[in-house]
Write a protein that binds this ligand. Structure first.
Ligand code: BGC
Length: 764
């Protein structure tokens, strides 16, 4: 059958209304799509192009294929020549241009390829991992880091980023907690907006920015037992009140793409879940962009025992609302032309999906500028400016968890030697965290090197690993995808511990870097325990026994359990990225003051999971810290916790109204004073508690926050507006949003333990 004849079979009305067939590439550059006129211009170009496409060409546009050769899958050159919609995991500008040229020279319609990549926290400049950035409670900073990451990505030719990752989770056994915003939907929503604005700019198509892909829709963070990929069974109330809000925020900020998750949500695999992708995502959340499946998730509709065969999987994914398939292997969407002929999918739905993909290519300007400037691309990577931003981001993400007798900051004039100890302290790769690949030549430094270069005053920095990291029972994505990845073989003798302990003994202070390797967290990074991996606890005990001052620096993306005697100081540095050592040096000596706060509750042990602050009141509230007979059920550190080198005091909370009607707003304020000896940052946190209503409500919920800087002795009044948005919630009985008549308690303070000190009424 000829191409013209096939196209003519697609008798949908708006397609027939298409104007004369002209190659889209020859059109005048598209205006930014901010006006109705520009939208009409865009629609017309899409219609013209669609009118020329065969079903096979359409199906090809609906694939994003891994830019690597996989057994039995067509190679990417063949795919480029035959008009593939998108390729992911290519990040070298010359390779991107080469593949783009293959597509433009050889495919019939010369539709440019959209290149996608996982740029979660930087490409060559690496910023702290997302959970670390969440701990900064600084949306402006987060926006800046993502704008810098977008600039590097776009420069090399990547137009679409598979982020932000917005999976709220209350289970730190799940390794992907490191990629996300933590446990709280309000904080996560603020982060979602900041990330989308940073990645995309004020609107999709902003020069030097990319399309943001919010993922993984939805409920992936609730996988059973914290096991990656396992089913998520989420109640109606949790879905709407906890898991969906950050996606709503990302969509309101204009996110152009959403990725459907791997797992079944309440029994229905996300990529084939019509209710989720249509009624919720498009209907309720108003999403207008295109939906991509997670990698192989269309194929996995079979694995889940949902689809019958590959055609059934493709049809049900498309019909459910998945517009594009991501696949490292064979494309299932290539079955769609046959499904169309058999009438199992409609031409209208196929066109709708293709139109969404073409729209983003037009809006990114790919038809007009399909190639990148290779020289400018490499010149634009890891600029001084973005590396400085990486220092600032690592400093602002750091959380001071413990500081007995003001051990920190260290006094430069009194310290002559520092022992950096622990396998992570000398590692160059681990500070990167997940989703950082050697092929992008990321700028990285070990913490020991960063300290050496920055401590000044002739202070000597020595290093001893002490112990090795254990091997995983299963491979990790970084080990599988990154051929350059290697770790020292695990050793089990005590000689390393003895050496490191001797080094600590002969130094003025020991900086013990403990945590998890880059390969132990992220995708496929679930654990059944929160203990320090390997013999790191033994190392800690031995170094503590020297009696020397010990600062534990944690390099991790989830809470970990420290046992026995605790070190006098614990500084949470996360996986700090390109400039962790520089930031650490500034934090240790007080050139920077820690001001980050935990974006999750820190349990005592894995047995307490899930533990989160915004739980419902129990039958026995007084005993809520004694729910286990063998261990307290309170956390080690509450949500929102973090110390400083200074201290802040709070005056009583003020309200401008004692009673409001539902739908009205009020303002609450508090005076915060820096009563300590030096300038520092405080994250002022507002929590509300609804006393009664048509549903039991959490003991408290975060409803506002602001990170402020106060000089020593300075006082500031911080105000928050409490709007209807903060008072409403999804009521599972009514299956609707509600604002109840109730008394609401207000707490404003330094963390989620801040006492309630005011209240107001909502009355009809
Ligand atoms: C992950 C996604 C990621 C995709 C492509 C999947 O395994 O779940 O988050 O974007 O791979 O790398």
């Amino acid at each position: 059958m000829g191409v013209g004849k096939r196209a003519s079979l697609l008798a949908i009305s708006w397609l027939l209304a298409a104007s004369a067939v002209t190659p889209a590439v020859a059109d005048a550059p598209l205006e930014e799509v901010t006006t109705a006129r520009a939208q009409r211009q865009l629609d017309a170009r899409i219609r013209r192009l669609l009118a020329q496409m065969t079903p096979e060409e359409k199906a090809a546009q609906l694939l994003t294929a891994a830019g690597m050769n996989i057994a039995n899958a067509p190679d990417h050159d063949t795919r480029a020549r035959s008009g593939v919609g998108s390729i992911f995991f290519v990040s070298k500008p010359a390779e991107i241009n080469r593949l783009q040229k293959l597509a433009l020279d050889n495919s019939r319609l010369k539709i440019p390829i959209l290149f996608g990549y996982d740029v979660l926290h930087g490409l060559k400049t690496v910023f702290p991992v997302p959970i670390g950035l969440a701990a900064s409670w600084d949306p402006e900073l987060i926006e800046q880091t993502q704008a810098a990451a977008a600039g590097e990505a776009r420069g090399v030719g990547i137009g679409w980023v598979f982020g932000p990752m917005l999976d709220v989770t209350r289970d730190p056994r799940w390794g992907r907690i490191v990629e996300g915003p933590g446990e709280d939907p309000y904080l996560a929503s603020a982060i979602a907006r900041a990330q989308v604005r940073g990645l995309q700019g004020p609107q999709l198509g902003t020069p030097g920015r990319v399309v943001a892909g919010a993922k993984h829709f939805a409920g992936y963070g609730a996988g059973s037992g914290g096991r990656d990929y396992d089913e998520a069974n989420v109640s109606d109330a949790e879905l709407w009140n906890v898991y969906l809000p950050p996606f709503r925020a990302a969509i309101d900020a204009g996110a152009g793409n959403v990725m459907a998750a791997y797992m079944p949500l309440n029994g229905i695999p996300a990529a084939g879940n019509h209710w989720l992708l249509n009624d919720v995502l498009r209907g309720q959340l108003g999403f207008k962009g295109w939906v991509v499946s997670d990698n192989q998730a269309v194929r996995n509709l079979l694995t889940h025992g949902f689809a019958r065969d590959r055609s059934d999987a493709a049809e049900r994914a498309l019909n459910a609302g998945t517009d594009m398939e991501m696949a490292t292997g064979l494309s299932n969407f290539q079955e769609l032309p046959a499904s169309l002929s058999a009438g199992r999918i409609s031409g209208k739905r196929l066109n709708e999906a293709v139109a969404r993909v073409l729209a983003v290519k037009f809006r990114l300007g790919l038809f007009d500028h399909p190639y990148v400037d290779e020289k400018a691309a490499s010149d634009g990577l890891a600029s001084r400016e973005s590396l400085d931003l990486a220092v600032r981001a690592a400093e602002r993400s750091a959380v001071l968890l413990r500081n007995e007798n003001g051990l920190l900051p260290l006094d430069r004039t009194k310290i002559h030697s520092i022992a950096v100890i622990g396998p992570l302290g000398g590692s160059t790769r681990d500070p990167a965290g997940p989703w950082v690949f050697a092929e992008n030549e990321p700028v990285l430094q070990s913490l020991a090197d960063g300290l050496r270069q920055n401590v000044a005053n002739g202070i000597e920095v020595s290093y001893a690993p002490g112990v090795t990291m254990p091997r995983r029972l299963i491979g990790s994505p970084i080990e599988m995808m990154d051929r350059q990845y290697s770790r020292p073989a695990p050793a089990d003798d005590d000689s390393g511990i003895a050496q490191a302990t001797a080094l600590a003994r002969s130094s003025d202070v020991a900086i013990l870097v403990l945590g998890e390797g880059q390969n132990m967290i992220g995708e496929m990074g679930s654990r059944s325990s929160l203990d320090l991996p390997g013999r790191q606890q033994d190392l800690l005990d031995s170094v503590l026994a020297t009696g020397k001052p010990v600062v534990v620096v944690l390099m991790n993306g989830r809470p970990l359990t420290l046992r026995g005697n605790l070190p006098p100081a614990i500084l949470e540095l996360w996986y700090p990225g390109s400039q962790g050592g520089t930031a650490l040096s500034r934090l240790l000596f007080g050139d920077a003051v820690p001001g980050g706060k935990l974006p999750y509750t820190w349990p005592r042990s894995a047995g307490q999971i899930p533990t989160f602050y915004a739980h419902l009141t129990t039958h026995d509230p007084k005993g809520s810290e004694r729910r286990y007979w063998d261990d307290p059920s309170s956390p080690v550190y509450p949500f929102g916790f973090g110390l400083s080198y200074t201290t802040f005091s709070y005056k009583a909370v003020q309200l401008d109204h004692s009673t409001i009607r539902p739908g009205a707003s009020l303002t609450t304020s508090v005076q915060v004073t820096n009563v300590g000896p030096r300038a520092g940052d405080e994250v002022v946190q507002l929590y509300l508690h609804q006393r009664s209503g048509s549903s039991a409500r959490p003991v408290r919920e975060l409803k506002g926050f602001r990170r402020i800087h106060l000089d020593a002795g300075e006082t500031r009044t911080v105000s928050f507006e409490i709007s209807p948005e903060q008072l409403r919630y999804w009521n599972a009985a009514a299956r609707d949003w509600m604002i109840d008549n109730s008394t609401f308690d207000v707490a404003i303070g330094t963390d989620s333990m801040a006492p309630f000190s005011a209240s107001f009424n909502v009355e009809r």
